[in-house]
Design a binder for this molecule. Structure first.
Ligand SMILES: Nc1nc2c(c(=O)[nH]1)N[C@H]1C(S)=C(S)[C@@H](COP(=O)(O)OP(=O)(O)OC[C@H]3O[C@@H](n4cnc5c(N)ncnc54)[C@H](O)[C@@H]3O)O[C@H]1N2
Ligand code: MOO
Length: 721
C-alpha cells in the first residue's frame, strides 16, 4: 500500500502541555517518518494520541500538520477533518455491522461509494487474514480477530497520518508476524506515531522517543528499521525541534484534557456498551448539535477522566490489617505463594500411616496385622516409617517418610485398643483391605505450589482470599490505593442541608446518595452544598475547593442547575469556562455537562492565573443523578481501583407491559418477582428516590421502542449486591 498523494510534504509539529501533569512536550515528525513513543504507563502516551486525533483538546499549546493549525487556543479542528486515523487500544467494532461493513465504513466516510468501499474493505481484510470472516458479526469473533479487523479498518481509511496505540498487543501470536510485516509496508514513507511497549515493534519505527511523567526524551535505543527514506528527516536529536530543552512545566494543579470525544453509538443505544471512538470517522454528537447516546457520553466521560484515573499509585498493606479493615481492598499484583499449600504431605484422617505395599494382600478373610511403631500428632515434625510397621497419625499431622497412604482408624481393628480405639505403640493393628498409594494423603502443594500465583491482580480480597494468602505465607500484598479525590457540589437555592425544613425547601439528598455512591466506587469525597443560584458563588466555591492543598481535588461532580430553567447555576458558571452542556438520549439523566473547567486560581496574586479540573455535571433530580452515576461514572471509577466495573447484568422477562419514550434509552427501577420476572417499582419519574431505594434492579428499555409487552426479555443490572 503506498501512501496517498496527500501524505507528501506533510510534517507534524506538536508543542503542548500533556495531561495529566501538563508536562511540556514538543516534537516534530518529518514527512514519511514513523516515530515510536515508548515509556511508562500513565505517562500520557494514549492521551497524546487522543489529542493528535482531536478526541481531546490540549490544555494549552499547538498541534499543526503541514503548517495547518489543528489545535491551538480557540482552534479545534474536529477529528474527521484532520486526515488522521487513530487505531486506539480499544477500537471497538460496530456490533450491528458485518466485519465487511465495519471495514468499509472508513472509505465510505471518506466519500467512497458502497461498491468501491467494499472493494477496499475486502482487500484490507485479506491483508489481515480476515477475508473469510467478512460476513460475520463482531460478536462471532475472538478478541484477536476483532483486533485484526480494527487494524484493517484503520488501514482502509488510507489516512495521511496514522496513529497506532499498541497495534499488535491484542493480536493472536500466530497472526502477529504477518500483521507486523503488513504494518511495516504500510508505515513505509507514511507519517505515523507508534505507541508501543513491545521492543519487537520498534523495528517498525525510524526513531524513538520515551515519554515519562516529566516529559519526552530520546528513547534509550532508538531503533532504525533500516529503511532509507528519501524524504527529509528532522535532526537526530529532535525531541527538541523548537530549540529549547524539553522541560516539565510547573503543574497547574489538578488537570485533565478537555474533551469533545467523537463517539459513534452502537445504533441500539444500549446503555453501557462501549462507544466507538474512531478519529477520522465521525464527529461528536454534541458538537453537531445532537443528543449523545448513553454509550457516547460514557466514552466521553472516560476520555475526560483517562489521565486522572490512569496508573494510580498502589500500596503494600499487611494481610492482617486488610482482614481487620472494613475497606474493600483489591490486589494490584500477582500474589505468589511463599510456601506451598499444604506446606508438607499430611494426613486427611485420624488413622494409621502405612506403606500401601505392606497391605497389598489384605482381605476380610486374611487380615494383615502390623505393629504400631509410633504416634504422629498435628504439629510434630515428620518422622520415618520403617517397612512392616504403621504409625498412628492424626488429621493434619505430617505423613512419615516412607508411608504413602492413610487408613482411617474406623476401618481398622486394634488388637489391644487404647484411647479412642487406637492401638498403643508396640500393639498391633489389623487391616482387612488393601489401600491405594496416596489415599487420604494431602500432598505438598496440591492446593498451591510454592512460587505459584495464588491470586491474580484484580482479586477483591474477601475472607477466602485472605485465608489463602495467609496459608501461602504471604504477609503483605500490593493493593490498589484509593480512587480520585472528588469535590462533590450539590446546587440549588431550595436545598437545606439540615434542620426542620422551611417552606419550599428540601433536603440535600443528592449529597448523601452520591457521597455514598462515590465512596463505594473507591473515591475520596469532599462534599459541599451550594444553596444559591449565583454562578459567581459556585465558581468561588469550586476555585476554593480545588485550591485546597490538603484535598488535592482530581475531579468535580456537580448536581443540579444544568437544564432549561431560569436559574441554571452550574451551566451559567461553567459553560463560559470550558464545560460543555448537552443532552443524552436517555431518561432519566437527559441533561448533562462535561469538560475541563478553567477556574480562577484561588489566593493567587495573578488575577489571570487558572487551574483546570475535570467536571462531570449531573442533573439535579435525585434519580437522574444516581442513574447518571451508574451509567457514566461508576464504571470508570471502579476500574481505576481494580474493582469490577460493571454491575452484574442479566436478561429477564417483563411481568407487565410498559411504555417508553421512543427517542430515548429509558432506565427504570424494578424488582424480580418469585418467577424471576421484572416488576417495576414506581413509575419513570425522576424524583422517586424512595422507589429507587426499594428496587433491586435497573431495567433498560432501549431507544427506538415505545411499547414493551409483558413477557418480553429486557436487560437488567443488579444493584442490590
Ligand atoms: N423546561 C424544561 N425543564 C426541564 C427540562 C427540560 O428539558 N426543559 N429537563 C428536565 C429534566 S429531564 C431534568 S433531569 C431536570 C434537570 O434539572 P437541573 O439539573 O437543572 O436540576 P434542578 O432544576 O436544580 O433540580 C431538578 C430537581 O431536582 C431537585 N434537586 C436538585 N438538587 C437536589 C438535591 N441536591 N437533593 C435533592 N433534590 C434535588 C430539585 O429540587 C428539582 O426538583 O430538569 C427538568 N426540567
Ligand atoms: O432526564 Mo431527567 O433526568 O428526566 O429526569
Amino acid at each position: 500500500m503506498t501512501p496517498p498523494e496527500s501524505a507528501r510534504g506533510i510534517g507534524l509539529a506538536v508543542d503542548i502541555a500533556l495531561p495529566p501533569r501538563l508536562a511540556h512536550i514538543a516534537f516534530a515528525v518529518a514527512p514519511g517518518e514513523t516515530l515510536a513513543i515508548t515509556g511508562d504507563n500513565g505517562a500520557g502516551k494514549s492521551t497524546l494520541l487522543a489529542i493528535l486525533a482531536g478526541l481531546l483538546r490540549p490544555a494549552s499549546g499547538t498541534v499543526s500538520l503541514e503548517g495547518r493549525m489543528l489545535a491551538a487556543d480557540g482552534v479545534h479542528v474536529p477529528p474527521h477533518r484532520r486526515g488522521i486515523t487513530l487505531l486506539g487500544q480499544g477500537a471497538p467494532l460496530f456490533p450491528h455491522l458485518s466485519v465487511l461493513d465495519n471495514v468499509a465504513y472508513a472509505p465510505k466516510a471518506a466519500g467512497a461509494g458502497r461498491t468501491a468501499a467494499r472493494e477496499v474493505a475486502r482487500a484490507r481484510l485479506d491483508e489481515v487474514g480476515m477475508l473469510g470472516f467478512a460476513a460475520r458479526r463482531p460478536h462471532e469473533l475472538s478478541g484477536g480477530q476483532v483486533r485484526r479487523v480494527a487494524i484493517a479498518r484503520a488501514l482502509a481509511a488510507d489516512p495521511a497520518v496514522l496513529l497506532l496505540d499498541e497495534p499488535l498487543a491484542a493480536v493472536d501470536r500466530t497472526a502477529a508476524p504477518g500483521i507486523r510485516s503488513l504494518l511495516e509496508s504500510v508505515l513505509t514513507g507514511r507519517l505515523a506515531l507508534l505507541v508501543t511497549h513491545d521492543p519487537d515493534d520498534l523495528v517498525l519505527a525510524d526513531r524513538g522517543l520515551a515519554l515519562d511523567r516529566g516529559g519526552l526524551s530520546p528513547a534509550p535505543s532508538p531503533s532504525s528499521n533500516g529503511r532509507e527514506s528519501s524524504l527529509p528527516r528532522p535532526d537526530d536529536d529532535d525531541s527538541r525541534p523548537f530549540g529549547g530543552p524539553v522541560v516539565a512545566a510547573a503543574s497547574l494543579g489538578t488537570t485533565m484534557g478537555d474533551t469533545m470525544a467523537a463517539g459513534i453509538g452502537a445504533g441500539t443505544g444500549a446503555a453501557g456498551t462501549a462507544a466507538m471512538t474512531t478519529a477520522g470517522a465521525t464527529t461528536d454528537a454534541w458538537e453537531a448539535g445532537r443528543a449523545r447516546t448513553p454509550a457516547e457520553h460514557r466514552a466521553a466521560v472516560e476520555l475526560l477522566l483517562a489521565g486522572a484515573l490512569a496508573a494510580r499509585p498502589t500500596m503494600r498493606v499487611q494481610v492482617e490489617l486488610i482482614a481487620e479493615s472494613d475497606r474493600t481492598y483489591v490486589l494490584a499484583e500477582d500474589a505468589t505463594a511463599a510456601i506451598a499449600i499444604p506446606p508438607f504431605d499430611n494426613s486427611q484422617m485420624d488413622g494409621y500411616a502405612v506403606r500401601s505395599a505392606d497391605l497389598a494382600a489384605a482381605s476380610a478373610d486374611a487380615p494383615i496385622e502390623l505393629p504400631v511403631t509410633g504416634i504422629v500428632a498435628a504439629g510434630d515434625a515428620p518422622g520415618i516409617l520403617e517397612a512392616g510397621g504403621v504409625a498412628a497419625i492424626m488429621t493434619g499431622a505430617a505423613v512419615p517418610v516412607g508411608a504413602d497412604a492413610i487408613v482411617p482408624v474406623e476401618a481398622t481393628r486394634a488388637l489391644d485398643a487404647g484411647p479412642r480405639g487406637f492401638a498403643e505403640v508396640g500393639g498391633g493393628v489389623s487391616f482387612t483391605a488393601p489401600v491405594a498409594s496416596g489415599t487420604f494423603v494431602r500432598r505438598t502443594g496440591s492446593d498451591a505450589e510454592e512460587g505459584a500465583v495464588v491470586l491474580p491482580p484484580g482479586t477483591v480480597l474477601g475472607a477466602a482470599q485472605l485465608g489463602a494468602l495467609s496459608s501461602a505465607g504471604v504477609d503483605a500484598v500490593e493493593v490498589h490505593g484509593r480512587g480520585p479525590t472528588v469535590l462533590l457540589v450539590s446546587t440549588g437555592a431550595e436545598l437545606q442541608p439540615s434542620g426542620p425544613l422551611e417552606p419550599g425547601r428540601i433536603r440535600d439528598s443528592n449529597r448523601i446518595a452520591l457521597t455514598s455512591a462515590l465512596v463505594e466506587a473507591g473515591a475520596d469525597v469532599r462534599a459541599r452544598t451550594l444553596t444559591s443560584d449565583d454562578p459567581d458563588e459556585l465558581v468561588a466555591l469550586l476555585a476554593e475547593g480545588v485550591a485546597d492543598e490538603h484535598a488535592r481535588i482530581e475531579l468535580v461532580v456537580t448536581t443540579g442547575g444544568v437544564s432549561a430553567g431560569a436559574f441554571e447555576v452550574v451551566r451559567e458558571a461553567l459553560e463560559p469556562r470550558g464545560v460543555v452542556f448537552g443532552s443524552v438520549a436517555m431518561q432519566p439523566g437527559g441533561p448533562q455537562g462535561l469538560g475541563l473547567a478553567r477556574l480562577p486560581r484561588a489566593h493567587s496574586d495573578d488575577p489571570a492565573a487558572e487551574v483546570h479540573v475535570p467536571v462531570v455535571a449531573f442533573p439535579g433530580n435525585p434519580v437522574s443523578c444516581l442513574v447518571s452515576f451508574e451509567l457514566f461514572l461508576r464504571p470508570a471509577l471502579r476500574a481505576a481501583v481494580g474493582l469490577p466495573a460493571e454491575r452484574p447484568r442479566a436478561w429477564a422477562p417483563l411481568a407487565e407491559a410498559t411504555a417508553s419514550p421512543t427517542g430515548k434509552h429509558q432506565v427504570r427501577r424494578g424488582r424480580l418477582d418469585e418467577h424471576g420476572r421484572v416488576v417495576f417499582v414506581g413509575d419513570a419519574s425522576s424524583h422517586r428516590i424512595g422507589s429507587y431505594a426499594a428496587s433491586t434492579v435497573l431495567v433498560h428499555l432501549p431507544v427506538g421502542r415505545d411499547a414493551f409487552a409483558a413477557g418480553e426479555p429486557v436487560e437488567i443490572w443488579r444493584i442490590d449486591d
